[in-house]
Design a protein around this ligand. Structure first.
Ligand SMILES: *Cc1c(COP(=O)(O)O)cnc(C)c1O
Length: 425
């Protein structure tokens, strides 16, 4: 049987409504910013394969790092054992993180990296005998993952409705987008006054899944400072914004106030292997050291600290900090800026937003901005037919490319977007 038929029979794809979606395209190979399908097409990966890919596909340096590591040590239990892949990653990454944290905790994906951060914060207060501090404040529009913790921490997303009754309570404030910044700050302070808040969790500068909603670094600094003044720990979910995406290495490099805890995943291994990381400062770690076994951090996944993922993360980070990649990021930032300026006054767009290498274009559709906006599927198919992978979030189109994307490829993406403006809905 051919691949498509086998897939049709045995595989269940993520975020896919089988009644209306076309069959998945079969990928033969991928190189750089291109995905090559078995039907002979070459598609520009303008969303970095769900925001993970930063150096392009099938990168030789990343492949060599995995190969070398595999021949030496592919995996070992991470309780009671350690290895130079993990310590090497800590040594290269920690000094580059906002606020220069001291320690890394390993997990497998973005959702678990965030959950680990929240568990650390809750148990920090519990261990200190301040168990009443057990509330978490999140944005109403937040997205923090797919697991039950991730869903609970995320805002009222339509797709989490079936599980709603099983999700734990969190406190919510509006994200500080545009005019809502003042309201967001006021509500944060009101909630902090209870003295029961353990953590303030946020996506710094860009709320991705909510539709690439953006806010300023000054606003972020102000919220962090406020939460800290009431003794709450600040957790930055840098899962999407990390590793150069916002133009700086991390989004929180742009705010003057730094978070206590940082969750990372997507760009971490250059888009090649699943891994999550949560960083924290020494004072937090120290609250878990005790003769009392109950103060232990009882968390760990089977593949915690996987050496292959660590080795590829070290190489990816090295590439990211090299001049070549830094100028690629700058090139994408200016290219996006020029495209945004060109369409500044185009009435077909309700708003155009940019943060670093992310460009978001909100279409004027007369319908409410939402993930379920009916234009979404039509737009997706329109772009695929033109050899460009863009996954609209409702009526918001965004470009979030691998940094190795060429100028010509970027132009093709912009041209496909311009062509879509002439669709007769
Ligand atoms: C994607 C994402 C997550 C979840 O990461 P997974 O690896 O999909 O579990 C969490 N937070 C943010 C901000 C994300 O973009």
């Amino acid at each position: 049987m051919d691949i498509q038929n086998l897939d049709d029979k045995h595989i269940w794809h993520p975020y896919t409504q089988y009644a209306t979606s076309p069959k998945p395209l079969v990928v033969e190979s991928a190189k750089g910013a291109r995905i090559n399908t078995t039907d002979g097409n070459s598609i520009i990966d303008a969303v970095a394969s769900w925001w993970v890919n930063i150096h392009g596909h099938s990168n030789e340096r990343l492949a060599a790092a995995v190969h070398k590591q595999f021949l030496n040590l592919e995996h070992v239990i991470f309780a009671g054992f350690t290895h130079d892949a993990a310590t090497g990653l800590a040594e290269s990454l920690l000094p580059l993180l906002p606020g220069k944290p001291d320690r890394l905790f390993f997990s497998d994906n973005g959702s678990t990296a965030v959950e680990v951060g929240v568990k650390m914060a809750l148990q920090y207060f519990y261990n200190k005998g301040e168990g009443h501090k057990n509330q978490v404040i999140c944005f109403e529009e937040a997205f923090h993952g797919e697991t039950f913790g991730g869903m609970a921490l995320s805002g009222d997303l339509e797709f989490n409705k079936p599980y709603e009754s099983k999700l734990f309570d969190v406190l919510r404030i509006p994200a500080p987008i545009g005019e809502r910044a003042k309201e967001s700050r006021e509500q944060l302070e009101e909630l902090l006054k209870s003295g029961n808040v353990a953590a303030f969790l946020f996506e710094p500068l860009v709320l991705g899944t909510a539709g690439m909603l953006m806010y300023d670094p000054e606003v972020l600094s102000d919220l962090i400072a406020l939460a800290r003044s009431y003794g709450a720990l600040c957790i930055a979910d840098e899962v999407m914004t990390g590793f150069g995406r916002t133009g700086t290495l991390f989004a929180c490099d742009q705010s003057t106030e730094k978070p206590d805890i940082i969750a990372m995943s997507k760009g971490l291994t250059g888009g090649s292997m699943p891994m999550g990381l949560t960083s924290c400062p020494e004072f937090l770690f120290e609250a878990f050291i005790s003769e009392d076994k109950m103060k232990t951090f009882f968390h760990g996944h089977s593949y915690t600290g996987n050496p292959l993922a660590c080795a590829v993360a070290i190489e990816s980070l090295k590439m990211l900090t090299e001049q070549k990649c830094q100028s690629d990021i700058e090139r994408i930032v200016s290219s996006h800026k020029a495209f945004a300026q060109k369409h500044e006054n185009n009435p077909k767009f309700k708003e155009i937003r940019q943060c670093g290498t992310i460009l978001a274009l909100e279409y004027q559709t007369g319908e409410k901005t939402s993930y379920f906006n009916s234009k979404r599927d039509q737009l997706y198919n329109f772009f695929i037919e033109r050899g460009v992978l863009l996954r609209p979030l409702g009526n918001v189109i965004y470009i979030l490319p691998p940094y190795c994307i060429s100028d010509e490829e970027l132009i093709s993406v912009y041209e496909a977007i311009e062509a879509s403006l002439n669709i007769n809905w």
